[in-house]
Ligand binder design. Sequence first.
Ligand code: GLC
Length: 685
Amino acid sequence: MIRKYAVGSPLETYAVVEKLETQTCEIPYLKMEDDGKKLSMQLDPDAVVYGLGEQVRGINKRGWIYVSDNADDPNHTEGKHALYGAHNFLLIDGTVTFGLFLDTPGKVTFDIGYTSYDQMIITFENPDYDCYVIEADAQNEKANAGCAMQIVHEFRGLIGRSYIPPKWAFGFGQSRWGYKNSTDIREIVKQYREHNIPLDSVYLDIDYMDHFKDFTIDGQAFPDFPEFVREMKKEQIHLVPIIDAGVKIEKGYPVYEEGMANGYFCKGEDGKPFTAAVWPGKVHFPDVLNEEVRQWFGNWYKVLLNQGIEGFWNDMNEPAIFYSEQHLKEVFEQLEDYRDKELDIWSFFELKNLIGGIDNRAEDYASFYHNYEGQKIRHDLVHNLYGYNMTKAAGEAFERLSPDKRVLLFSRASYIGMHRYGGIWTGDNQSWWSHIALSMKQMAGLNMCGFLYSGSDIGGFGSDCTPDLLLRWLEFGIFTPLMRNHAALGTRSQEAFCFDRKEAADLIGLRYMLLPYIYSEYMKAALNDTMYFRPLAFDYPDNVRARHIEDQLCVGESIMIAPVCEQNAVGRNVYLPEEMKLYRFRSMADFDTEVLAEGDHYLRVNLHEVLIFVKPEHIVPIVTGQIMNVEEEPSFADQCKVLSFVEKDSASYRWYDDDGYTRNYDMEKRMRTVTVDHSGKVTIV
Ligand code: GLC
């Protein structure tokens, strides 16, 4: 059951697709103070608080303070409070269990046991918000059993169906900031092919553009772009270009000229387009909160669609600001004061902050305006909606421009609601061991909020990757719907062919082996409003141990995973909430199995091994063979191979498959029942 409460005069964010009547009574479970600016509740000692999407720290959010304030921040350390997304959904699982969605585009602070471990305090910069309280129907029946999944399911119904990418986007992708031209990209593909490493896509970072101008191609780097796209497609490689939020200010550049002529850019106090700087130098930001601008900006993607492109990643859409024109002037003036000064402890840091603080400033975000449904609204009040609406512009455009064919789309900045238009990647992580673990936790949080198509930069974006880190990261990455290796300019090369090629090929091969299962489970999660990645407690609600496990996940209905996230570890502790069958894979063809009892186990995991734990009476459809891309993937229906743990007479699995590119997802027509009997015989009906 979902109940809606309104505080103040909430702004419509379109996060929610189901319109509910507003309750007039008080919000249950929470104490409201300060005219709605503060909501709080006591947390009982064992309560677990899930949610907040891609936020830093654990699956259980208790013990830290988080802020919804979309930030362009490449240092995802434990000390941070905000990353790129605002995902204001919480699931409090204690003596009472309920979900909470706070729908507001402004800044919200979630103190979840930070000030006091047994208190949750939510504060709003502007107390205008819709508050949704979500309870499971079966509450009270049996001490909350199964409530968490039910609550997420109800919440997901409220916010609408998750984005579905084309099937090729479940293949492995290679990206790097620094591939300069078609020669570089050909070489990457060649290396992948030569080393028999499967690959479905190569991402084009900002260097493909002419001076970082959206919807342009650098003609020297790519002399005949449409022909190059065709050439790559013949190799079964999909090119995926990046699109940035800022539009370069340049006379004669049509995106700029059209935006200016129609007044489509965000405006400053003086009514003139607001000028900031990002990669291309000075830019204006399209006012994507305005429907007409969204249509216009979305239509620009056609330029690349027409050249054969089938996927995009939207970036720098918090929006990131290197500096604003106005503030930079002020900084230069202030710098003069320091010229002949002997810098002491205070003035040295002042100077440092003066320069170091020129990007992404709160004051800059409070100095430009949107035309939102006829109202002039200051950007900082709707800041968290910008990336969402940029991606909505593209997503809506694809529905118009490519009605029969899905287009790959994901974004860096986001807000709940954007999950209907695209996925997300978790931005500029680092080649750190702790970031494998972080990405696992983020996947659980993101799935609750509807962002099913997600993944992090495999191998890490910043810092230098090492051979062992890449293998371990791939061992988790083979399960993430978005599986992409991406790295920053200037870092050590980390393509899968750079280090242990054979092992990397084997690991990525396992992804393709699992694809019938991964795709089926993704589609079921999207079409049924459920989660592809789940914390263990969601599947084992009565198991007290499972509530506190942060480094294992359930993936789809049949398996549990326990990746190694520690440098030099040769194994790890794994907790099994029930008896399971362990498949220990070194490659598709080289694996062994073992049934493990419920309880604690220390398991050895060599550097190139993947552990897959199959639940009792469960089945995982797979395919085997030399698979180089999704297009050439054999059909599961022809091979009828499975991983399974069937001890009773037989078990069955509902297998979803479709053509992988149209938008007809008729569950009933596309589902087949796979049955495996005790002897291992597989039948498909
Ligand atoms: C941002 C993105 C990163 C990209 C870089 C250059 O930092 O998060 O993925 O490589 O910009 O476009």
